[in-house]
Structure formats: structure tokens, C-alpha cells
Write a protein that binds this ligand. Structure first.
Ligand SMILES: [Zn+2]
Ligand SMILES: [Zn+2]
Length: 364
């Protein structure tokens, strides 16, 4: 056990508390990563607000990058000193989902309280939320959760890849199976939405319509590849989207926000044979309604996608290449840089609805 500084959630809806916690050494197949950067994701905020319940106290944070500082037994392909991105995708490699190429929906349970590496300073239970716990100076995670990156890649840019970027780009490329020339509507131009837009651009979409409640975010969406912007505050924004798509519906609608109205309206944007990819995560218990008869009649579908259906060992290296070639925007996604001590201010800033990411930097 060693002592590190972490931002701990003791009560839902209350500010996180910066305090010392205990971190266990990496076990079989695990690595310790000393973090340089962790971005704040809306999922962290939803958890801290109690939207999905869960054990407390807990350490959130799951969009991280740093340098390997300790290897457990049985780790191969990594060395101390390697630069890596750290994801929340803890996969066993052997269950039907993992073996079938879908590690984002690994079926092997992991207990982040009793099996996790964290304890409070006095040895009490402390949850490693999202199997990551990256609002902390260091994390101990499974080797399958990390991917090696070039040392020259800035860690703040790299940290964004580990959740928002793979989720958005992966939703278009993997879950949506977007084919070059197809028309896309992206609902929500926030952190994940901008990446869904870049994913659609990279995959060769013909027209990309961004829908958002804010004019300012629609302008940012165009910088990331949206060809058209539609205000979600319109009475029937899907009519405007049809117009933008030359009088037809979309082949693919990517819902990147957790708001129920967005889910209820998503199908309205679809063309014949189109499909909705459900990415944004509403609070537990919230329900949406839709008319199944229309979907049956014109061959439409809905599919859920977690973390962009990525295989991080396959997908993160090509995203790094695209970034280095100037084809994937990362630096432009960052709106603010903060210290761990400022995390509550950074979270408050994220909640103002800014389109982009706030990043915590550890100056070590
Ligand atoms: Zn996230
Ligand atoms: Zn598995």
C-alpha cells in the first residue's frame, strides 16, 4: 500500500474532497500508472450527482493518460516508463463478449470495492469507480485497460482519447457501421457529439447535420466537420434536418446526449432503413416512447453502443495516427486546464454546458 492524493466523493451532490487514500500495488496482470492528465466526463458528474446510484465513498475519473510506474506479475508488452492512455474498459478476454470481439460489454464481473486497489486513509472501503478511479495521482488497472502511445503525444490530448473520442468516433465507425456517402444526424454537440461528428467525417459521410440547443455549439460543430447545424429549439427540428439532407431522412442518427426528449425525437430524423445509435446515458429509471409500427414498416432500427464498441488495442493506435496527421482534432476539444485541487471548479465549469472538455493536469 502507498498513499496518494485523490478527489473522493463522500455524498452525492456534494463537492469532492481532496484527501489521502491508499493504493495497493498492482496484482497479476495489472499495472500502476502515474497520471499526467485526467479529463472530466459527464459520466463522472452523473455518478457524483447520484444519477446511477452506487457505493460511496468513491473515486471517479476515467479519461486518463500517464506513464507506467510499476508492473504486476504476468504483464507483457509493457514496461515501466511507457506512456499510455488509461480507459475504463476492463475486459477479461475470455467471456463470450470478449472472445466475440466486444470487450466493451465484458460479462465477467469485477468488484471495484472488494477487488479494487483503493482504501481510505484509515483502511475503510473505497470504490474504484468505473474500474478506474482516475481523479487521483495514480491508478492501478488491468493491462487490458491501457494502450501504449508515443512519448511525443501530449498527455492532455491523449487523455481525451480514452473515453469521449473513442465513444464518439467509435459510435459512427463501429456501432453505426457508417459507409462513405451516407447521411448522418448527430444529436448533441457536446464532448461526445463533436467526436461523433469527427467520426462521421472520417468515415466519409456525405452530409453531417448537428442538432443542438445552442447556436454557439452548432458553430463549434461545423469546425469539427458538421456540414449543417439545426437548432433543437425549433418546433420540428427534424423538418430542418430533412431539408439539409435534400428532402430525406438520415441513414444514421447518433444520440450523444442523455436527455429523454432527444431519444423520443431521434427516430423522427431517420430515413427509410435508417438506424439510431443510442450513446447518451439518461438517468436510471427514465423512459422514452416511440412508435414501433413505423420502424417495422420502413426497416428502421435502434442499437445501444457503449464506449463506441471499441477494441482499444485496435482503435486507439489509428486514432493517434489520425491526430498526428491532422485528421482528428484533440487539442481543440480542450476548454480548460486545472489542478486536482481545483476539480470542483472544473466540474462546475463543465456543468455550465460547455461543449468541450476540462482537463486536470498533475504537475509532477
Ligand atoms: Zn467518459
Ligand atoms: Zn470478458
Amino acid at each position: 500500500m502507498q498513499t496518494i492524493k485523490a478527489a473522493v466523493c463522500h455524498a452525492f451532490g456534494e463537492p469532492l474532497v481532496i484527501e489521502e487514500v491508499q493504493l495497493a500495488a498492482p496484482r497479476m496482470g495489472e499495472v500502476e500508472v502515474t497520471l499526467d492528465a485526467v479529463a472530466i466526463c459527464h459520466s463522472d458528474i452523473s455518478f457524483a450527482e447520484g444519477a446511477w446510484g452506487g457505493f460511496l465513498p468513491a473515486v471517479y475519473g476515467h479519461e486518463a493518460a500517464g506513464i507506467i510506474s510499476h508492473l504486476g506479475d504476468g504483464v507483457s508488452g509493457f514496461a515501466v516508463g511507457d506512456s499510455v492512455v488509461v480507459t475504463l474498459i476492463r475486459s477479461c478476454g475470455n467471456c463470450p463478449s470478449c472472445a466475440g470481439g466486444k470487450p466493451t460489454i465484458c460479462e465477467t464481473p469485477y468488484d471495484p470495492i472488494n477487488d479494487g486497489p483503493l482504501k481510505t486513509a484509515d483502511g475503510g472501503a473505497l470504490m474504484q469507480a468505473m474500474t478506474c478511479g482516475a481523479f487521483a495521482e495514480k491508478v492501478v488497472v488491468d493491462q487490458r485497460q491501457i494502450v501504449k502511445i508515443p512519448d511525443t503525444l501530449s498527455k492532455e490530448a491523449a487523455s481525451l482519447i480514452s473515453c469521449g473520442v473513442i465513444t464518439g468516433v467509435g459510435a459512427a465507425v463501429n456501432a453505426g457501421q457508417l459507409r462513405a456517402g451516407q447521411d448522418v444526424v448527430v444529436i448533441g454537440a457536446g464532448g461526445v457529439g463533436l467526436n461523433a461528428i469527427q467520426g462521421a467525417r472520417i468515415a466519409g459521410a456525405r452530409r453531417i447535420v448537428a442538432v443542438d440547443m445552442s447556436e454557439e455549439k452548432l458553430e463549434i460543430a461545423k469546425e469539427f466537420g458538421a456540414t449543417h447545424g439545426v437548432l433543437g429549439t425549433l418546433k420540428s427540428p427534424w423538418t430542418a434536418a430533412f431539408k439539409a439532407l435534400g428532402g430525406k431522412g438520415a441513414d444514421l442518427v447518433l444520440v450523444t446526449v442523455g436527455a429523454i426528449p432527444a431519444y423520443e425525437q431521434a427516430l423522427r430524423y431517420l430515413g427509410y432503413g435508417g438506424k439510431v445509435v443510442m450513446i447518451g446515458m439518461p438517468h436510471s429509471g427514465q423512459k422514452a416512447t416511440y412508435e414501433p409500427v413505423i420502424m417495422a414498416a420502413v426497416g428502421q432500427g435502434m442499437i445501444g453502443s457503449k464506449m463506441g464498441d471499441v477494441v482499444i488495442q485496435r482503435d486507439i493506435p489509428w486514432m493517434v495516427d489520425l491526430y498526428q496527421q491532422g485528421r482528428l482534432k484533440l487539442d481543440e476539444l480542450i476548454s480548460g486546464r486545472w489542478s486536482l485541487e481545483q476539480i470542483n471548479e472544473a466540474i462546475a465549469d463543465t456543468k455550465t454546458g460547455s461543449a468541450k472538455r476540462n482537463v486536470i493536469l498533475f504537475n509532477r
